[in-house]
Design a binder for this molecule. Structure first.
Ligand code: CAA
Length: 279
């Protein structure tokens, strides 16, 4: 799991963000990340994901909510398909060229994919609430990015598609676990192996969207969700998210023990606050 924020490290510069096809606006407790390559339908590259990881590592400690969206009327067309050509994209390494010419071995490639996965992993951090605001297509890596967030708020024109198997690949950007956790193995097999589009209404019915709104209402709905999250106590929110995130993998016994430990931690902090107030 990605480490918590370290505000002492410099965040990506505007130039680095631009080359990664990303926008970043941090205002107080809210960071807004925009996938921004409209001429490529917000397709993403390896640099997009290593820069996303860098954003996570350097997020100011004040930030509690992260909103991820796409520029314009599409979330993301997924990986930039030129990443699979020998030329790669704009000086970035091609994913296949090294294997084809023998200059990279499978272990190298696994290490590289692990670096890319870091761009998705940190969105699960318990001290943050992450929201994907999805308009239009979220394909492949775009769908996996939305799945990495805690909440998905969709415009009614949103469409998810796990395209990887149709391209001879597997989804490898951390999306298979949340997909199965949400829809179950059998529906996940059906969605991935048919690579069909899942529209907004169906996504809501399957639990892949917390909310579906008319496209023009998406920014307002996201702002409402941000405000609601910010109204809760930060430490309690962090402890609760940590608890909920571990629940699917815990037995009931393990989970209720974790609840007790977390509550003792909260009560201890509240008691210390009361004592300090009296002193
Ligand atoms: N990579 C690179 N370029 C892309 C792109 C992509 N993923 N998606 C769109 N573009 C480019 C198109 O080539 C086109 O470029 P030109 O103007 O130079 O011709 C431009 O963006 C506009 O695209 P369209 O005309 O196709 O736009 P549209 O609105 O008609 O359709 C779309 C939009 C449905 C997203 C369609 O572009 C599409 O299906 N794109 C490919 C989606 C895809 O297969 N993504 C990869 C999924 S797998 C993955 O992400 C993870 C993994 O690891 C494998």
């Amino acid at each position: 799991m990605a480490q918590a924020s370290n505000a002492s490290v410099a965040p990506p510069t505007d130039d680095e963000l631009g080359r990664a096809g990303l926008g970043l606006a941090v205002e107080g407790q809210v960071a807004r990340i925009t996938i921004s390559r409209p001429e490529r339908r917000n397709a993403m590259t390896g640099r997009t994901w290593t820069t996303l990881a860098e954003i996570g590592r350097t997020l100011p400690a004040d930030v509690r909510v992260v909103v991820v969206s796409g520029e314009g009327d599409i979330f993301s067309a997924g990986i930039d398909l030129n990443m699979f050509t020998p030329e790669g994209v704009d000086g970035e390494r091609s994913i296949v060229a090294g294997l084809a010419d023998g200059s990279a071995d499978p272990a190298d490639l696994e290490g590289y994919i692990a670096e890319l996965q870091e761009g998705f992993l940190w969105l699960r951090r318990p001290d943050l609430v992450t929201i994907a605001a999805v308009r239009g297509h979220a394909i492949g890596a775009g769908f996996q990015l939305a799945l990495s967030c805690d909440l998905r708020i969709l415009a009614d024109d949103a469409k998810f598609c796990m395209k990887e198997p149709a391209l001879g690949l597997v989804p490898d950007l951390t999306g298979t676990k949340p997909l199965v956790d949400i829809v179950g193995v059998h529906r996940a097999v059906e969605i991935c192996l048919t690579a069909r589009r899942v529209g907004a209404e169906e996504a809501r019915d399957l639990g892949l969207a917390e909310l579906v709104v008319p496209a023009e209402e998406l920014p307002g709905a996201v702002d409402d969700a941000v405000a609601a999250v910010l109204a809760t106590d930060r430490d309690a929110a962090t402890a609760t998210k940590a608890l909920l995130r571990q629940a699917p993998d815990n037995t009931l016994e393990e989970q209720i023990a974790a609840e007790r430990r977390a509550q003792v931690g909260r009560l201890t902090a509240l008691a210390a606050g009361m004592a300090a107030g009296q002193g």
